[in-house]
Design a protein around this ligand. Structure first.
Ligand code: CMP
Length: 202
């Protein structure tokens, strides 16, 4: 957990489809213009083991992801591929390993007050079909659980963003060495966080 609220950090990955869709600049712009500070960034091709570890850092991930998928099918009046969340997630995880290692990804750390929640809000819900308009997933991609399950592949939703502060800290450690994170002051932090706003008028 960050010492001060404005020190909160979150991990964002631009997935291989985000890079292939030429959306790197657009995605960075969305987070940057909020006032978040970019403190680490790198491009790499991850291996399958690294991806499996990433998604299973949270011991509840398998259950939550399976349950979310079942709920999404039922909300649309459709029958889920299985009633067992763990069976669903086993397939999702295998497909994710193929998807996430299919090409380069960009991994970054953004810092700022409420970084985790703000990034999730701007990124939008997991399934692009139902992500809100105005979010990155809602605006730039059209995939769904239905078609990705028929085609036996992952939902292509451009981005991964940490779900909680605790998850973010674990994920940052999984992807970055501490010395890859840059500590620096961004000039705009004064207008975002200073209490008294002195020093603007001459
Ligand atoms: P992400 O936010 O990275 O978290 C887990 C990923 O698994 C998710 O984005 C999707 O890419 C993928 N995913 C989650 N649920 C499903 C599903 N039901 N079918 C296919 N892919 C899924």
């Amino acid at each position: 957990m960050a010492n001060h609220l404005k020190e909160e950090r979150t991990l964002v990955i631009i997935k291989p489809d985000g890079i292939q869709r030429s959306l790197i600049g657009e995605i960075l712009r969305r987070y940057e213009r909020l006032g978040l500070k970019l403190v680490a960034i790198k491009m790499m091709v991850p291996n399958k083991d690294h991806i499996e570890k990433h998604y299973t850092l949270d011991p509840n991930w398998r259950t939550i992801t399976g349950e979310k998928t079942i709920a999404s099918y039922k909300k649309k009046g459709m029958k889920p591929p299985s009633e067992d969340p763990l069976e669903i997630t086993a397939v999702i995880l295998e497909n994710l390993k193929t998807y996430m290692t299919s090409g380069p990804v960009i991994v970054m750390v953004w810092k700022g007050v409420h970084a985790v929640k703000i990034v999730r809000k701007i990124t939008g819900g997991t399934e692009p079909l139902t992500s809100d308009v105005g979010t990155i997933r809602g605006d730039f991609v059209l995939d769904s659980y239905q078609i990705s399950d028929i085609d036996k592949r992952s939902v292509r939703n451009l981005i991964h963003a940490s779900g909680t502060e605790d998850e973010a800290e674990k994920e940052i450690k999984h992807w970055f060495e501490e010395n890859e994170l840059i500590n620096y002051r961004h000039i705009q932090e004064a207008i975002l966080y200073d209490v008294n706003l002195d020093g603007i008028l001459e």
